[in-house]
Every structure is written in structure tokens, then in C-alpha cells.
Design a protein around this ligand. Sequence first.
Ligand code: ADP
Length: 794
Amino acid sequence: MPGQTLAVQMGAARNVALARALEVPGAEVIVAVARPVAESDPPVAREKGEASLAHLTGRVGVLCRAIERIEPAPETAQLTLHALRRVRIGAIDEQHAFPTAAMSAADETDGEDFVARELAARVLAGVDELAEAGVTLDAAVVPVLRAASDAPARLADLAAAYLGFRVEDRDEVIQRLSVVERLRFVTSRVEKEVARAQVAADVARNARTRVERHQREFFLRQQLRAIQSELGEGDPAERDADELAQRISDAQLPELVLREAKREAERLRALSAASTEHQMLRTYLDWVLAMPWTRTSGASHIELPHVESSLDERHWGLREAKERILEHLAVCELRGGEPSGPILCFVGPPGTGKTSLGEVIAQAMGRPFERFSVGGMRDEAEIRGHRRTYVGAMPGRIAQSLKRAGVRDPVLMVDEIDKMSTGLSPTGDPTAAMLEVLDPAHNHTFADHYLNLPLDLSGVLFLCTANNLFDIPGPLRDRLEVIRIAGYTAEEKVEIAWRYSLPKLFQQHGITDHDLQFTDEVLALLGSRYAREAGLRNFERHLASLMRKRARRKAAGELGAWVMDTARLEELLGPPPHAAPDADIDPAIGTVTGLAWTSEGGELMTIEALLIPGRGQLMVTGQLGDVMRESVDAALSYVRSRARDIGIADSEFVQSDLHVHFPAGAVPKDGPSAGVAVTLAIASAFSRRPVRRDIAVTGEVTLRGRILQVGGAKEKVLAAYRGGLREVLLPSLNATQDLRDLPAEVLRRVVFRGVGTMDEVLARALLPSADEHAVVVDDDASIVREGLGVLERD
Ligand code: ADP
């Protein structure tokens, strides 16, 4: 800008050539702003990066005097130029090493003086505002500009030079020969610059106040701490954090856990105590500290004789279960206390002592006992926990149980493993998680999502319980060592009552056998007609109900013993809900006593078949599943194929409709084991030959009449016994395999017959048609009837 002195460094070839050719000091050059190289330039020029200068003709440039020249590096030159004044550029000659131009004077036009002054004042005011908004200007600039306030044209040039205008803007200033125009342009640029600087200053100021507030708080806190420590009080949050750190280092955490806990505790220190994150983190750390990472029960040695005597002390019978438990624990003991191999799983109806076996095992081993149910569980997170990022996240059941147990080697009982829902749900498969838990090869690094640290479950003695073996998801069943508990007969219930239930219940109710006295007869009645099911829950509930009634009167001051007899029992508990066992055993046509096996244990199941005049159609009703429906079809086909042998005229099948009905009973049933009973009922209905109702039957039948093995034979036999039946026909394989450890009482009182074909069943259970009935006497029948005590009636 005119008036300015500046050192200009040059690298372009033609500029360097020019600089070298000049006579320095003294030579004069024109400085002008050229356009950049463009497509329109000749290729040679483009290569060198030198635009044609023709467009400068007619424009304004600045005439400068060269004062000094140096060559700071090869192929460069530096000229110190003093800018003199504006000139108008004429014709340009570019034929030589450097361009030359003709020039003429460029005269300024002044315009209205007061307008110029006014604009000059605005420029100066703008400069002040820039300084105020924090734009750093060279210290010399302001006085220089102020000094030029009387010469507006010069002021405009200097402002453009020193206030950081871009090259294009400076060229604009140079081009304007009208002083007023020039000032207008400069004013607009300066004011724009001021606005920009002010916005920037605002932003900076806001940011600063925020930072300052934080710092202020920080300093205040520091001071508060200093004051509190002077007063010997200590900041509660700080104290809390210190305490936590102390607890962490005292907790004897494994290396990995310790590192994680320390890191999270440091993070906690930095968080405000009121924030949700602080609370979440705090809860997490409490969980981590509460987990028994290394704490053990201290019971290193399993005293097998002690376990054995404890099991006997608390449980009657259950010989096989006790045996298997002891074997399992023996292996455990030989491995130094680490459980291994398959997991024990008690399978049996409710109330048969599964839980209490677990409790006794834990007690005898000196380990805490915890249980949780996985029944109805559909979400993997219930076992593994939710990730900590969820609101209200919690560790899974496994981690929760371990925390409650307080040691890393408790006895954990997983209940209702047969009721866990299988299959892939969107929330993950709980069975898969359970598999990991129960697998000794994997469970030393069980991953709980919430804790996010590997939990070592290898010390835990897992036990499982289930009601129905076949509902346990397949892969899980492979991991389990199943111990079946079939249920108790009324006699066994009496025995258990005398030895275990009554003493326990007397104590719980604050009365003794001086207040309430039982007899075998009453207890048997209770076990057979009030609480008929396989387990003991209902039985004990009835006993407890009697005790409460007695306790109430005792509290009211009544002395003396209540001696329970049948009448008294009925008076206190109401009439028995179940019919006397041997009520309904007269032979009947089309009615068969089958045996079902449900999660409640074994059950008697009556199946009825009825012929009605019609056109050979089949109707099946009642509460039953697909498998049972199919066995009806198969049974009908079999009976038709053997019609002649059984004594059925072929015409029967087209003249009548057959209706087969399965009465509901308490629990839904399904399975192929009703085959024998259905076939028998249908054969009886068509042949009009009565079926012996004192015989219970079970078994699956093939189309050709072979009888196949079924599940739950032991439970079914017990049900038959409880129901008062004294003969059971069951598949030969079941008869040889499943009857070994039935109670002696049952083996003595019930006649078992293994059958291999339907023919044998028909021969045994189907009586001759009604009119011939009186004449035929079965030689074995006398034994059977004797057992029932109904011989006199016949
Ligand atoms: P489950 O877990 O199989 O449903 P529990 O273990 O809760 O059954 O048993 C129910 C009740 O029956 C408990 O009071 C238990 O002590 C008692 N009980 C079960 N089996 C026996 C047994 N064989 N001897 C003594 N008491 C038993």
C-alpha cells in the first residue's frame, strides 16, 4: 500500500530475473495483483505457473522504489520496496525475461471532505473496537493510524495494510481512486471484522465463565476439605471413598477383580455423589465386594459316615437315593473337595424329600445351602444377569445365590429344571446358560453380565430337582445323574409320620404327644383317603392342621389328650376327599383301570369305551394329547384284526359307532402307555365281555399286539397299590427291571405279571361274556381277591 515499506521475497522466474536486472537502490517497479494461472494461458506459461499479464492493462498498480536487494537462496530474490503512489498500467510487453509496462499517472479524486472525515472516524472507531474485542494488533499500528486521521486517503491505505486485509481486498483498495469510495470499502471491511471479533469474543467469554465456575467449585471444595481436616471431620464423600478403597484392599480379591474394583473406585471418586452414575457404580462395587471370590466354607473334608448318619436321621427309606448320594460325595472327597462329573438330579413328585435331601447334604458337609428355581424361566439374563448399562440391572440368580451363601463352595440346588422354557427366545436361551453353569469344564469362568468378571463356580456342589425326567431339556439331561424318587405308600407315610413328621410338627406347634395322640389306623386313613398323592406335603399339612386345632384349645386352657380316631378325624377335617380304595372293582364292560404317570407321581386312570348303534365311526373325547389319540386308532385296528379270536362278529364294526373317553383327572396326561388299557377297553366293548377291574394295566402296544416297555413303572405300581388294586399287568421288561426296590409291603401285597403280547392281557383281564361269567373261575383270582379282602363278598 502506498506509504508502506516492505521486504518482498520472490521465487517466480520472471520476478527473479527482474530483481537481478534492476539497479538497486533507485530503480522503480510497479507492484500489481495478477490473476492466477488459468486454462486460457499458453501451455508454456502454465507450466511455469506464470499467468499472462495482459489483463493488467488499464488497472491500477503501485509504483515502488527498490531500496535493497539480497539473494537469500539460489533462484530467489528479496527486494525491499518503498511504495510511492498509485499509477495506471498501460501496454505490457511480455516478450523478454521479465515484463515491462507503460504507465500513466493515476490521480485521486477527493470527494466531499466531511464525508471522508466521517468515514475516517468510523475506521478509527472500528480499530478501537477490534482492540477491545481482543484482536491483537501490532502496538505501533494504532498510533500510526491515528496520526493519519487528518489524511483520510492515507488512513484508508494504512488500514488496509495493517489490519490484516486479504490480498484481494487490498487490491480493491488500490483500485479505488475516489477517496470516499476507498474509505467506504475499508469501513465496511473493518466493521465486518469487528462483528466477527465480537462473536468470537462472546463465545470465548462463555467458555471461560463455565470453566471458571468449575474451577471455583473445585477450589471451594479444596478449601472445604482443608477446613474439615483442620476440624478433624473429613469430607463425607471423601471418607466414603477412602473407606471403600480400604474395603477393596482388605477384601482379598483375586488379581483381576482387584484391578477392576480399584479402577471403578477411582472412577467413583471423580463422580458427583448425587449423579445416577455414582449410585450405579456404588451398587456395582458393593456387589463385587459382597461376592465370595476367595472365601470358602472351611469344610475341606467330607465326613462320609457323618453324611450317611445325617441322611438316615432325617429321611426314612430312600435307600437308592442315599446310596447314590454317598457314592457321589465319595468321589468328590477323593478329588479334594472339588465336585466333578455329572450333577446329581433328584426326580420325583412334589413333597418326596428332594429339597430336604439337599439340605441334609449341605448340613452334613458343613456348607451353606441355597436354592433357586428355574421354573418358567425364559430369559438368559435371569441366570446371567443384565448388563450394567441397563437401569435397575442386577446380577443373575447364580451370582445372587453365591452372594447369599457367602462362600465360593456352597451347595446350590437348582429347582424345577424340567420347567425351564427351552428354545431360542430373543432374550437368549436360559438352557444354554444353565449348561455352562453345570459343566465342570467351563464353570470356573462363568460370565455374569452384570459383574462382568469371571466367577469361579468349580467349588459349588450343584444339585438339581425335577418332577418329570422327560421334560428336562435333552442337553441338560445328559449332564445329570438322575436319582428317581417314586413316592410313598400309605404305610410308608405312617412310618414317616411316627419317626419324622410328628416329632417335627409337635415341636413346631408347641404341643406334645400328651396333647394329641395318633394311631396307625388313623395315620393310614390320613395317608390313603385325605392325602393320597405320592408326596408328603399334603399329608404333613393335614397333620399340621390337626395340631393347630389342638394348639388353639391348649392355649385356651384345655388339658388332657385328644385321641384321634376315625370319627374324630372326620369331625376335624371333614369327610375324606378320596373314595375308599377298593370301592369299584366289579368287572364291567368297556371300563378299564389304566395307570398314568404325571409330574405328581403315578395315578389311576379309568378308560371307558362304549358302543352305540351307528355306521362304524370313532369318537374320542376327554383330556388327552395327540399321542393318546393315536393309540386309540392303533388299538381299534388291532382289535379289528383279532376280532374272531376275541369273539366279535365282523358286522359289529360297521353297525356301531365307538366312543372312547378319558376322564379328566387332576393332571393332563399324554403318552403311549395307555395303549394296553385302550385296546382292552375297545375289545371289551365290541365283544361285550366284562373286564376285571381289580387289575391295573399299563403298556404301549404295537399294531401287531406286542407290548413295549413304558416309563415310570415304579410310580404307577405305587399308585395301583395306593388305589387298592392288587394285580398289575405290565410290560415284561418293566417287570424285570423296575420292581427291585419297591417297598416290601407292596411286593408282598401286589401280584405283578409281566406281559409280552396283547393276547396275554386279553386272556388275563377279559372275562367270558356276561352269561358265561358265573362258571369260569380263574385259579389265580383267589390270591388276588384274598389280598383285597373281598373274598366273602364273592
Ligand atoms: P420336595 O423338595 O421333593 O418337593 P421336600 O423336601 O420339601 O419335598 O419334602 C416335603 C416334606 O416331606 C419335608 O418336610 C420332608 O422332611 C418330608 N419328607 C419327604 N421325604 C421324607 C422321608 N423319606 N423321610 C422323612 N421325611 C420326608
